[in-house]
Design a protein around this ligand. Structure first.
Ligand SMILES: Nc1ncnc2c1ncn2[C@@H]1O[C@H](COP(=O)(O)OP(=O)(O)OP(=O)(O)O)[C@@H](O)[C@H]1O
Length: 257
């Protein structure tokens, strides 16, 4: 049984059909990336998986059972920071535990441990505006992971970062993921990022009526260093193969824009 399954999912906004008949299965512990041209419905599918948006047709199954309402096992990391500017790094990370009724002292102790895990152990009392973009991303990651979600939904989480910081964060994510292998659905525009991180890359067609047009297993060895793996012949071969399919869709999206 799949951990998460999209079964013939279609989503329409009024008369605009964004995605149509998308079927996709994620095994438990699998890291899957969704790539596709702008506007093809990647975020829409993440919202459906999170239970924030109900499909117009089809359904999402979580461990074989239809998902109704919010997905109880999902953690969501967006492109924009979701951390609160008026709370310290420590209290931002502690927040999900406090919401669940943990005592402040225990929540802060566990938040401090998570700050250390993401390399921010020395910055508990810093406010978001006193942190760099990469550091804020780490706070956001710790805030999502502290709740121990079994499914991680990530929507271009690193796209606002500079290239070096981005690669550091990608490696950081892989390191944390290797610890307990949560199931990950990762949305990105960037095919290189998708290949470097994933077990499988799923390609969507240009919208409207976007669908899955290709699935590529990524048999690159782990643990990976995202900067180094990009230089290997196997990576370049996969990139060429997937880009051949994606390129046409990107062109179609531009032509339609
Ligand atoms: N709430 C909404 N109401 C109307 N149209 C919407 C809504 N949300 C998304 N859309 C449309 O559905 C399509 C898919 O949007 P979505 O954000 O899922 O695409 P995406 O692949 O994530 O895009 P990008 O890569 O640019 O972030 C787009 O044409 C978008 O304009």
């Amino acid at each position: 049984m799949s951990f998460l399954e999209f079964k013939q999912v279609s989503v329409a906004f009024g008369s605009y059909v964004a995605v149509e008949g998308v079927s996709l299965r994620l095994a438990s512990g699998e890291f899957v990336s969704l790539v596709g041209p702008t506007g093809c419905g990647k975020s829409t599918l993440l919202n459906v998986a999170a239970g924030l948006l109900a499909p117009t047709q089809g359904e999402v199954l979580l461990e074989g059972k239809p998902l109704r309402g919010l997905n109880p096992v999902a953690g969501y990391l967006f492109q924009q920071d979701a951390i609160l500017p008026w709370k310290t790094a420590l209290d931002n990370v502690a927040l999900p535990l406090v919401f669940r009724g943990a005592g402040l002292k225990e929540a802060r102790e566990r938040a401090q441990a998570w700050l250390e895990k993401v390399g921010l152990g020395r910055f508990p009392r810093h406010y978001p505006h006193q942190l760099s973009g990469g550091m804020r991303k780490r706070v956001g990651l710790a805030q999502v992971l502290i709740a121990n979600p079994r499914l991680l939904l990530m929507d271009e989480p690193f796209s606002a970062l500079d290239v070096q910081t981005r690669q550091l964060m990608e490696n950081e994510l892989l390191r944390l993921w290797q610890e307990d292998r949560k199931t990950v659905l990762f949305v990105t525009h960037d095919l290189e990022e998708a290949i470097a991180l994933s077990d499988r890359v799923v390609v969507m067609s240009a919208g409207p009526r976007s669908r899955v047009i290709g699935e590529f297993p990524i048999p690159l060895p782990r643990p990976r260093d995202v900067a180094e793996i990009r230089l290997t012949p196997e990576f370049l071969r996969l990139h060429r193969e997937i880009w051949e399919l994606l390129r046409g869709e990107v062109m179609r999206a531009h032509a339609g824009a």
